[in-house]
Design a protein around this ligand. Structure first.
Ligand code: NAI
Length: 308
């Protein structure tokens, strides 16, 4: 692949908000957006994590890095779980720069446990930060983006949501809910040129440092994921895409519909279904529906065909 002939992806005159950008993936996203011309709101919880950094919060430190490199950024200590604080963060961006072009919903944490041992509080806390946090931030920028007739939003999903992972029922549910949020917002935003996509990253960060070996962690840099985010939020980026990214490898994940079999209403329908389980799963003729109605459309068509 010859990079020299490719038009650079730039974000000049654009404003981006990256949540949870005090470290890990969010920091890498914020640094790259700023390096490519965007003015960036670096959001992260206010608390200084390790007591170092001269009393600066993680977000403030990232802002300083961006400014030192010649970019423009402001810090926000809003918790994404606090809708009023999120509104203020967006108002701050509007006061400073008058628009919001890009929102990267990235903030979050884990509370892993097997489902048996997981408290409802642990479940709720994870849904609050990953799903509702993204909902609050998206809601706060949505009307602005509609009025601008432009917006790019990324939801950070996870392989744990897409495919499941032991001990992450709460996290997986919240992360998969973000895919559902994307599917509908991608449809509703289309006519305003608002595009909504999901990024499923793998990276060695505070979140994963205890889960993987040192050699894998060395390959899984946040910086190798960020180009995926840059494409998703670029002017010519896609809509309703789930992009998986890790260690410089990119792939796509799809929610699909198999062609199916029509059984009809009959007393032994369940038994026939069980007997045809393999055919049901056959991926020949599988589609990626553009919207939910395509399922009912297929069902009604097959029923009509069966009736003759
Ligand atoms: P990280 O722990 O380094 O970064 C997450 C940041 O979010 C932290 O700086 C934290 O302070 C901030 N945060 C937490 N709660 C917040 C709140 N209420 N308001 C504002 N900020 C808050 O973790 P990492 O790995 O960089 O994660 C970034 C995103 O990527 C998360 O959504 C995570 O679930 C997702 N992800 C990460 C994977 C990985 O392999 N690292 C795998 C799949 C998804």
């Amino acid at each position: 692949m010859n990079a020299s002939q490719l038009a650079p992806i730039r974000f000049d005159n654009q404003v981006a908000i990256v949540t949870g950008a005090g470290g890990g993936l969010g920091r890498s996203h914020a640094l790259q957006l700023a390096a490519r011309g965007a003015r960036v709101v670096v959001n992260d919880l206010g608390v200084a994590r390790d007591g170092t950094g001269g009393g600066q919060s993680p977000a403030e430190r990232v802002v300083e890095e961006i400014r030192a490199a010649g970019g423009q950024a402001i810090a926000s200590a809003a918790s994404v779980t606090d809708p009023a604080a999120v509104e203020q963060m967006v108002a701050q961006a509007m006061r400073e720069w008058g628009r919001v072009d890009i929102l990267v919903n990235n903030a979050g944490f884990l509370r892993d446990r097997s489902f048996s041992k997981m408290s409802l509080d642990d479940f709720r806390a994870i849904v609050d930060v990953h799903l509702m946090g993204a909902v609050y931030c998206t809601k706060a920028v949505w009307e602005i983006m509609k009025q601008q007739n432009y917006g790019r939003i990324v939801m950070t999903t996870s392989s744990s949501g897409l495919f499941g992972n032991f001990g992450q029922a709460n996290y997986g549910a919240a992360k998969m809910a973000l895919v559902g949020l994307m599917q509908t917002l991608g449809i509703e935003g289309e006519k305003y040129d608002i595009r909504v996509n999901c990024l499923a990253p793998t990276a060695a960060t505070r979140m994963t440092e205890e889960l993987m070996g040192a050699d894998a962690l060395a390959l899984l840099t946040p910086e190798s994921v960020t180009p995926g985010m840059l494409w998703l939020v670029s002017r010519d980026g896609p809509n309703k895409t789930v992009l998986c990214a890790g260690a410089g490898t990119f792939s796509r994940s799809h929610i699909t519909l198999t062609d199916g079999i029509h059984i009809g209403e009959r007393p032994d329908a369940a038994e026939l279904l069980a007997a045809n389980a393999a055919r049901l799963a056959d991926r020949g003729g599988e589609i990626i529906p553009a919207a939910g109605f395509q399922q009912s459309q297929m069902e009604v068509t097959k029923a009509r065909e069966a009736k003759g």
